[in-house]
Design a protein around this ligand. Structure first.
Ligand SMILES: [Mn+2]
Length: 342
């Protein structure tokens, strides 16, 4: 059922900003594009932005995502450079906290003063925000993706054409790992409706899951040799220090790919180790990603990373954080906290 309050808010708006959250993925793209195309069909002026730097994303994944229909209608830049005073309404989609809606990794003098836009509609499927960022909130964790939530509440499915259905299907496949998790009866019903548009699903599955480069497997080999099996916490750890990067001559691009390799192939797949955590030493911070096995991991990973200094963003089984400190100190805190919880 469409959300009547949002429909009213849209009616009253004329200049609308849509911000799709980082991390940049198929769901954030589809969420932003679906709302943009729908609002434009209602003769609204719309600007769609995602605050990412493409060089911070694995290249082949970025090339695939930026090749999706309409994704060139999404501006990729720091939202703090936008004059918010020209908008009466903002949609903030597919993220739970403020720092997912501007480019936290780049320095800027300007604050993220989104609150000067009077109507702010926040639509999300992650853990509820601790600090509410919308004047109106649509939140549901029992959906596959923000795209599913938007197609339930804001954009009627009858509005979709073949290309829009295709990007929505990409979002479902991306956020559910091709219907391996976060999959509800509503998800499969929606997937069925989308497939009525008769697009080819094979490129999606190939791009997201099957085809990997020669380098991907070389990096997998390095990961398999390097991963640590911590028995006390039943957790896999992969550490990438600056020293490793020098020795192995890893580029920034390689590091991003290693993170994907670890996420896809190792972190949740070893029996008796229901979670994997990768720690990457960057210039002055440690980047962390924690991934859990949906059946076996009972620890809420976004809360775990929050306990050691993260923002609490992400999902119980998949969370990222950027934390000040050293790899070894953070790892000790993580192990301590996991042992307390199991
Ligand atoms: Mn999502």
């Amino acid at each position: 059922m469409l959300d009547e309050i949002v429909i009213k808010l849209i009616e009253q708006s004329s200049n609308i900003l849509i911000i799709s959250s980082v991390p940049y993925d198929a769901d954030c793209i589809a969420s932003g594009i679906l709302i943009k195309k729908y609002l434009e069909s209602l003769n609204k002026r719309v600007l769609l932005v995602c605050p990412i730097q493409p060089e911070r994303i694995n290249k082949s994944y970025f090339n695939f995502l930026s090749g999706l229909p309409y994704s060139d209608e999404m501006l990729l830049k720091d939202t703090r450079s936008i004059d918010f005073s020209q908008f009466d309404t903002a949609f903030l989609v597919d993220g739970r906290s403020y720092d997912q809606f501007y480019d936290i990794q780049s320095a800027s003098e300007r604050p993220f003063n989104i609150n000067i836009i009077p109507t702010r509609i926040h639509i999300d499927h992650h853990a509820p925000a601790t600090d509410p960022i919308g004047t109106y909130i649509i939140h549901n964790q029992k959906v596959s993706s923000c795209t599913e939530l938007i197609l339930e509440t804001v954009v009627p499915t009858t509005f979709l054409n073949k290309d829009l259905a295709y990007i929505a299907y990409n979002a479902l496949v991306g956020d559910t790992g091709n219907f391996r998790w976060n999959t509800y009866s509503s998800t499969l019903k929606l997937a069925g409706d989308l497939l009525e548009h008769e697009f080819d699903i094979q490129p999606i599955v190939n791009n997201m899951f099957n085809e990997k480069s020669n380098k991907y497997f070389k990096l997998l080999q390095w990961c398999l040799n390097t991963v640590q099996y911590d028995d006390k916490s039943s957790t896999l750890f992969l550490e990438i220090s600056k020293e490793n990067c020098r020795q192995e001559q890893f580029s920034q691009e390689d590091i991003l790919e290693i993170r994907e390799v670890f996420t896809n192939e190792i972190a949740r797949r070893v029996n008796h180790y229901p979670r994997g955590i990768i720690l990457i030493e960057q210039e002055s911070v440690i980047e962390i990603r924690a991934i859990g096995n949906n059946l076996e991991n009972k620890i809420n990973l976004s809360l775990l990373l929050k306990k050691v200094g993260g923002s609490g963003a992400g999902h119980p089984q998949y969370a990222n954080a950027i934390i000040q400190g050293t790899i070894s100190d953070i790892k000790i805190s993580l192990i301590k906290s996991i042992i307390q919880d199991i």
